[in-house]
Ligand binder design. Sequence first.
Ligand SMILES: [Fe+2]
Ligand SMILES: [Fe+2]
Length: 395
Amino acid sequence: MVETMEAGAERVDASQPHRRPQLTAGEFAAKIAANPYIADLRSGNADLRWFKAKPGEGVWGSWGVRAVPSRRGITLMDIERAAGTEPGPEGPSVTAPRGAGYADDIGTSPWEINGKWEVWADNLVTLYEEACSRQWNATADIDWSRLEPLPNDLERALCQYNTFLTMGEYLATDVLAPWLPRFNTYFHEIKLFIASQAMDEARHTEVFRKRIYANGGGMGMAIKLGGALARAGGGMANAASNPLFSSWRDVSFAIHVVFEGAILSMFRFGEFLGKTDVDKQIFRMVMQDEARHVSYGTMHLKFLLDNAPDPESERERLHALADIAEVFFLDLFFLQPGTIESCAILAGDGLDGFAQGLETYKSVYKKMREEYLSRIKRAGLDRSQKCMFPLELPF
Ligand SMILES: [Fe+2]
Ligand SMILES: [Fe+2]
């Protein structure tokens, strides 16, 4: 077995990573030089096991694969078609790209999330390809120079609404990104898609921030994440103690389906509320990203319900989770003074139209509720008799 470079650093105290290793640079160089593999290499005896191994017999993955580019170039779908490495139901306990052979000393890696049913959606690969091809740039792709001055009440209301949305974007990234190292590398698709989503959410935070400071307004009031959030068990970053975020299936349902479903409705409302073409453009751009996130969540929910080892107990679990998630996000989205009132001012075309704007806000809420219920019903979860979102907002 080849002695790895790590052996040369065995006296490094791992609990004190900021300390210098106990070896001097000279000692370390001597240790490397004495490594049996390095010594063999120096004498002209290369290892070459990877080079000589027969494809498919353990050390090397496969050979002779030639993916054919499609019209767009080479997609992950083209690669799968050529390589035949579609994922099976369970990822192995090893850190390796799917389709690879394994070095003799690769060892085992106990991944936390290993089941296809826990992460998959039938549109996962195509959504990732779409995410890559539709990335946009908040600096250059928004026609900032065409932004027009707004009356004070409308600018202030839009800044408040965008301040609230900025906070929502932080929540999505902060909850989702820490799950990346927990997915088995065997299911690279979910790692790639969630990484692309983190970039989408970063860009959303960026574009709302830029809009807030681009037209004579400024950052508004950050909301108090109390109420339902406290009852759900912790602050937005406190994923460990929050029952909404205790497994990936829960996170995906809470974030992709409930939270981002509501965000999608809010963005659509934003496009309607936008008083300038630039504001409408911003909401159109964020909406196309958000639709992908909701699409993954919905299709994952369907896959989960169709493929969980015990679908009925999974369904019961999801209902219990939804009871909490709906209360949590109703409080977060639709009962906040800064959000209700800023939307009412925008929808009423000014402070004078507040009462009429409030009616519009309530109808947007109703539409969000209907869209949410029909989306999850299509995925196989019927909450029409259980939904915690009240039929109408009581004001
Ligand atoms: Fe977003
Ligand atoms: Fe999103």
